[in-house]
Design a protein around this ligand. Structure first.
Ligand code: DAK
Length: 255
């Protein structure tokens, strides 16, 4: 099995399990990630983690062997498949955390970019080396990387294809945190900082930030007003205010 879905406490864990090829993703694995997301969506998980099998890689990118000998319509369909899966992760009902335990290259780096948060071990290495293959990143890298780290650094990474080590990734905002010890245990501890909040508020606040990022301040403020209003009218919004006034812990129902 090359995509494995398991559960650790209240969290779903999607493991890319193809260590012999540094967890390179072929199209069937992309589709399997989609199926795993279907299962996670209908579960009671509070967040979804992505991690790579083995000690060496999170994911070394698209399976290079699969990129040859395909027709243009097939290439286009392949790119759209990856983009759609990654966009689904970005706007998924649950927060997502990439646990980058080694190389995150090409499509692997793009997977991490689509997640809400990125944690890295000291071995984490990020890169978009497609240009070295005469290619353009096809799963969102040219779009999400500049939005995350700024255009200057993104263009440097995109046009040199160089790998960015963990400390630098932390400094430029590509990593949220460098973790030590068991990366999954560290991710659980990290995610507990938000996993007790209502999923509706988490989703709305993330969507306000992400949708606002792609528009003007004026339009972004309108999006914020819409989503704030939804949160205020939600059961969780009412419960949060009531619990505060009654000096007790809120009991959220994610709606
Ligand atoms: N695909 C397939 N196999 C890979 C792979 C990959 N991306 N990366 C590594 N492997 C395989 C190696 O071939 C090797 O297999 P065996 O020879 O043992 O059978 C095994 O994993 C171990 O790799 P190495 O022997 O190379 O290990 P090293 O420690 O020496 O080097 C490395 C590690 C990460 C520096 C090196 O493996 C490497 O440079 N890998 C390639 C990284 C890369 O270029 N990734 C970006 C892939 S391009 C599009 C769709 C998508 C995209 C573009 C267009 N369309 C549909 C139009 C995006 C493309 C990409 O992601």
């Amino acid at each position: 099995m090359s995509i494995e879905l398991t559960r650790r406490d209240e969290f779903a864990v999607i493991r890319i399990d193809r260590a012999a090829a540094l967890n390179a993703l072929n199209y069937e694995m992309l589709r399997a990630i989609g199926r795993a997301l279907d299962q996670v969506e209908s579960s009671d998980a509070r967040a979804v983690f992505f991690i790579g099998a083995g000690e060496k890689a999170f994911c070394a990118g698209a399976d290079i062997g699969e990129l040859l000998g395909r027709s243009i319509p097939d290439e286009y369909a392949g790119t759209r498949l990856g983009q759609e899966i990654y966009s689904r992760i970005e706007s998924f009902p649950l927060p997502s955390v990439a646990i980058v335990n080694g190389y995150a290259l090409g499509g692997g780096c793009e997977l991490a970019l689509a997640c809400t948060f990125r944690l890295g071990t000291a071995a984490a290495r990020f890169g978009l080396p497609e240009v070295k293959l005469g290619l353009v990143p096809g799963y969102g890298g040219t779009q999400r990387l500049p939005r995350l780290v700024g255009m200057g650094i993104a263009l440097e990474m995109l046009m040199t294809g160089r790998m960015v080590p963990a400390e630098e990734a932390l400094r430029i905002g590509l990593l949220n945190r460098i973790v030590e010890g068991d990366p999954l245990a560290a991710a659980i501890q990290y995610a507990r900082a938000f996993s007790g909040h209502g999923l509706l508020a988490l989703r709305l606040v993330r969507d306000a930030a992400l949708r606002g990022r792609d528009t003007s301040l004026r339009e972004g403020l309108r999006i914020e007003a819409d989503l704030t209003t939804i949160s205020m009218r939600s059961d969780d919004g009412r419960e949060g205010a009531r619990a505060f006034l009654e000096k007790r812990a809120a009991i959220f129902k994610d709606r």
